[in-house]
Design a protein around this ligand. Structure first.
Ligand code: NAI
Length: 797
């Protein structure tokens, strides 16, 4: 018999399995196969096809689940469309009552759902019981609150419509909650597809919807694989797609939805850095690593999968980690004393094994503390790679398994450089006892979430989502709600097709530009604070209202856009300037525009044939709008969220960096001003293409920029064929966000072309037809010019 003192050393103890009889009983009730949940009823798959779902820990079949066809998806969309009318007509309070009821029912069934999730996914019961399912309930409670408040907190906004939601397998029910709760709170109806490996808790959730009497068609669940997901993406009567999953599929969805007008949010992969400075509490940091990479077997999009340790403490940290790894218990996830459960599926296990083999082949040193994995089942031991080269596969590729890649750094700047050297930007974790250092680094990291002396913390009140190729849009909190709302007066800018015509190139005359260009003068481009000749050496004729030539403008090309993006890249200090500084510059712009109002009015009349009154109004609104954005520069700031105890979460509105902007033809000055001002007020630099047919108000604007202390490179203007230049901007990796207000075909073109670096694109949505209207100005523009970084800071008791 083992002695207590030996047990205290070995930490071996007997199994403590959670009872699973209620779940087994429930599965037994469905042994003939699960159905879809459509229009409030469980309905058999139209093609009669089902697929098996396994318990990855035991490799046993749990259930047969319906494979959704395009016809099933269509049925679900029709039900959702029908239900949308009455559901969106309810008051927020009435919807809140349902969401509270769902939250309460989830709490009542917490044990059942935890066990079911563990059996389906393979994650330890400790996690489903203490993290996943409580967070699910929290999410519905929080969003019941948003439903209650939606009219007062989001005046002038309403639901988007029918939402297609596609979720992954790593947090099956939690991802469902992240998608369904805000959608319903805002008044939308949904068609949701759970991942094929883990559809069971979504079906249990469907039962909860029935129990609480949720009106039929508000929530529809269609099970199936990528084919079913694709049918949702391609369905014409869906207004928004929300997706969480791989960057690869996110990219496909971006391309497929291009030009359809569907709203899109993507929450994709990551390779998040976990940075340990030498003054950190090393034991705390090591516990942090355990939560960062071995939580949920590392199958977490924001897993701290790149450990960056300051050189002086690297060996000490590795030694502590190896010792800690030796005590991690891998085993049956239903065992309450297990730290790590099973990998979701043999396919994922194979992927992990291949990447680990690649890491070894690349020369990194692998350590696995193997206390003995269960003989059967889909298990992989906690793994640590040291001596990892920053450019190697395991340092760059998302492994999505319990595998940590460790690297060292010398200085904070180097840590930031390595951390940001990734195509992803989902999350980051910073460990130091020096709050100055931590906050300085947090500000410099390109990530949507930063945890200081913590990791993998989530809360419904804080937004979650990525920078760069980790996707766009946020889930949770106010920003998450905004993804499911749109202006109620949204008439959507009518696509302006008349300028799709090709511009004919003419050689640029070699003369100086002074004052207003006349017919024999060519308005040049404006790049890096200087006028520049177009690279092509060509210009095009700008026509007046009667079709008469009134001037020449530079015909910008791909090279000019590249130069402009480079110039914008060099003006990075603009984002770091104080908001007060930026406000002052914008005030100065407004004043200078005001003092030259008459010239601009005359220019508009000459270019467009507008009446003197209309031109005066356009200039007057342009001036007021510039003042308004100047005023907002130091006021559109973030928030401090109350999330977890002993923490606050700082939601910082950060600029994207370099933005590409394509202007509409209507209101050539006001369209330009309405788009440039919010973008630069928030600290972005812009490369802007003015109206192709009426570019001269923008080219006259150089003089305003020159005399208003706008730093060189903050505003770069390239004239030419809008859609040709738009494509180059959309494809450019250093352009972090794109606004396009042009033709419908152009929207499709830029949305598709943006899938390379997955930049967020705002194309022709939500803008009233007339730019003079008040709704062509506002917080929506500022919101679209920023991305929120949520920084979790230890605070209070
Ligand atoms: P996946 O992206 O293929 O699957 C996610 C969801 O998308 C599932 O519901 C799937 O059925 C659906 N889907 C697949 N193809 C689709 C298509 N063409 N159109 C619409 N929906 C489609 O992810 P998968 O294959 O399960 O995992 C592969 C890798 O993706 C993982 O190793 C990991 O690196 C990453 N991943 C990242 C997640 C995250 O939370 N960021 C979650 C899951 C996977």
């Amino acid at each position: 018999m083992a002695l207590v003192k030996d047990i205290l050393v070995s930490m071996d103890y007997g199994p403590a399995p959670e009872a699973n009889e209620p779940v087994v009983g429930w599965l037994d009730l469905h042994k003939d196969g699960f159905n879809h949940f459509i229009d409030g009823k469980f309905v058999a798959p139209s093609e009669g096809k089902r697929f098996p779902v396994f318990n990855p820990a035991h490799e046993t079949e749990l259930a047969q689940v319906a494979q959704g066809s395009a016809a099933d998806v269509d049925k679900a969309v029709k039900a959702a469309r029908k239900a949308f009318k009455s559901w969106s007509a309810l008051s927020g309070h009435e919807r809140a009552v349902y969401l509270y009821a769902i939250a309460r029912h989830i709490q009542k069934r917490e044990r059942f759902l935890s066990v079911l999730e563990t059996m389906d996914n393979g994650k330890p019961i400790r996690e489903t019981r203490d993290i996943d399912i409580p967070l699910v309930a929290r999410h519905f409670y929080h969003h019941a609150g948003w439903a209650e408040l939606v009219e007062s907190e989001f005046p002038g906004e309403g639901p988007v419509g029918v939402c297609g939601q596609i979720i992954p397998w790593n947090f099956p029910l939690l991802m469902l909650a992240w998608k369904i709760a805000p959608a319903l709170a805002a008044g939308n109806t949904v068609v949701l597809k759970p991942a094929e490996y883990t559809p069971l808790t979504a079906l249990a959730f469907a039962e909860i919807c029935r129990e609480v009497g949720l009106p039929a068609g508000v929530v529809n669940i269609v099970t199936g694989d990528g084919v079913t997901g694709n049918a949702i993406v391609e369905h014409a009567d869906i207004d928004k797609i929300a997706f969480t999953g791989s960057t690869e599929v996110g990219r496909i969805i971006r391309e497929k939805t291009a030009g359809t007008g569907k709203k899109l949010s993507l929450e994709l992969g990551g390779k998040s850095p976990f940075i340990v400075f030498e003054d950190a509490d090393l034991d705390g940091a090591v516990e942090g690593v355990v939560d960062a990479i071995w939580f949920n077997q590392g199958q977490v999009c924001c897993a701290g999968s790149r450990l960056l340790v300051q050189e002086g403490v690297a060996e000490a940290v590795y030694a502590k980690l190896r010792a800690r790894m030796a005590n991690l218990r891998v085993g049956d996830p239903l065992d309450k004393s297990v730290d790590m459960g099973a990998i979701v599926d043999p396919v994922q296990l194979k992927r992990i094994k291949e990447l680990v083999a690649k890491g070894e082949a690349e020369g990194a040193t692998l350590f696995q503390a193997n206390k003995g994995l269960p003989a059967k089942g889909c298990f992989f031991p906690p793994s640590l790679f040291t001596n990892v080269a920053p450019a190697s596969t395991i340092a760059e590729v998302e492994i999505f398994g319990p595998v940590l890649a460790a690297m060292t750094f010398r200085t904070p700047d180097e840590a930031v450089a390595i951390a940001n050297n990734s195509r992803y930007g989902l999350a980051a974790s910073v460990w130091s006892e020096n709050i100055n250092l931590s906050l300085d680094v947090a500000a410099k990291l390109k990530a949507g979430v930063v945890w200081i002396n913590g990791t993998n913390m989530f809360d419904a009140a804080a937004g979650f989502g990525g920078y760069r190729e980790s996707g766009y849009g946020r889930e949770g909190g106010r920003e998450g709600m905004a993804e499911y709302l749109k202006p109620v007066t949204d008439k959507s800018l009518k696509a302006d097709e008349k300028v799709a015509a090709k511009l004919s190139p003419l050689p640029v005359a070699d003369e100086e530009i002074s004052g207003l260009p006349s017919i024999d003068r060519t308005a040049k481009l404006y790049v890096g604070g200087k006028q520049a000749r177009p690279d092509s050496g060509y210009s095009y004729t700008v026509l007046g209202p009667k079709g008469q030539p009134i001037s020449q403008a530079g015909l910008g090309n791909r090279k000019d856009i590249r130069n402009a993006v480079e110039a914008a890249g060099k003006a990075g200090s603009w984002g770091g300037a104080t908001a007060h500084n930026r406000a002052q510059v914008l005030y100065y712009v407004a004043e200078n525009l005001s003092s030259r109002a008459k010239e601009f009015e005359a220019r508009i009349v000459a270019m467009t044939g507008a009446s003197a009154k209309a031109a005066a109004e356009e200039v007057a609104v342009s001036i007021r709008r510039t003042f308004w954005y100047a005023a907002q520069a130091d006021k559109f700031d973030g928030a401090v969220h109350s999330t977890k105890s002993r923490h606050v979460t700082l939601a910082m509105n950060e600029p994207f960096g370099t933005m590409g902007i394509l202007c509409p033809d209507e209101a050539p000055l006001l369209g330009f001003v309405s788009l440039v001002m919010p973008a630069i007020a928030m600290g972005n630099r812009v490369v802007i293409v003015p109206s192709s047919s009426h570019p001269l108000a923008a080219t006259d604007f150089y003089q305003i920029l020159d005399t208003s202390d706008v730093p060189a490179g903050v505003v770069n203007i390239v004239t030419g064929e809008r859609d040709v230049l738009a494509k180059t901007l959309a494809e450019h990796d250093d352009v972090a966000a794109l606004w396009y207000f042009g033709s419908k075909a152009g929207s499709a073109l830029v949305e598709k072309a943006s899938s390379g670096n997955l930049k967020p694109v705002w194309a022709n949505q939500g803008i009233p037809r007339r730019w003079t209207e008040n709704s062509a100005q506002g917080r929506e523009f500022l919101r679209r010019a920023t991305q929120v970084k949520n920084i979790w800071v230890p605070y209070g008791e």
